[in-house]
Design a protein around this ligand. Structure first.
Ligand code: FES
Length: 124
C-alpha cells in the first residue's frame, strides 16, 4: 500500500502589496497570521497531511481578499477571518458541506473555460 494522497489542498493567497500601494492584497498587518491559523487549526484537528495547506501567490480576486481555494471542488472563499477559516475547516473540510455564505460571489468566480475552448475563442 502506498502513501495516501491528500484528500484536500487548500491554497491560501499569501500575496502582499508593497507599502503605499493602493491595490488591495490578501496579506496586510491585520491578516498576516491567517495562514498560520489555518495550519494550526488543521494540526489541532489532527488532519494535517490529509489536508495540505499551500501558500499561493495572487489569484486575481484581490478586491475580496483574503481568499483561499479548496481543491478538489474549485471552491473559493473570500473576505476571510480566523473565525471563518475555523468554520470552513469544521463544516467543509471535515463535515463535507461547503460554507456557502463565505463563498466568493458568483459574478467573480464563474464556471471555468476549458483550455481547448479558450484556444477556439482565440482562433488557435
Ligand atoms: Fe490575493 Fe490577489 S493578492 S488574490
Amino acid at each position: 500500500m502506498g502513501v495516501p494522497q491528500p484528500a484536500f489542498y487548500i491554497f491560501k493567497c499569501e500575496q502582499s502589496a508593497p507599502p503605499g500601494m493602493p491595490k488591495p492584497s490578501c496579506v496586510n498587518a491585520d491578516t498576516q497570521d491567517l495562514f498560520q491559523h489555518l495550519a494550526q487549526t488543521l494540526m489541532q484537528k489532527g488532519i494535517m497531511g490529509t489536508v495540505q495547506p499551500i501558500r499561493s501567490s495572487c489569484m486575481f480576486r484581490c478586491n475580496v481578499g483574503p481568499v483561499m481555494l479548496v481543491e478538489p471542488g474549485h471552491v473559493m472563499y473570500s473576505s476571510l477571518t480566523k473565525e471563518k477559516i475555523t468554520e470552513i475547516v469544521e463544516k467543509h473540510i471535515i463535515g463535507g458541506e461547503v460554507v456557502k455564505e463565505y463563498v466568493i460571489p458568483e459574478e467573480l468566480w464563474d464556471a471555468p473555460i476549458t483550455p481547448a475552448d479558450m484556444m477556439k475563442q482565440m482562433g488557435l
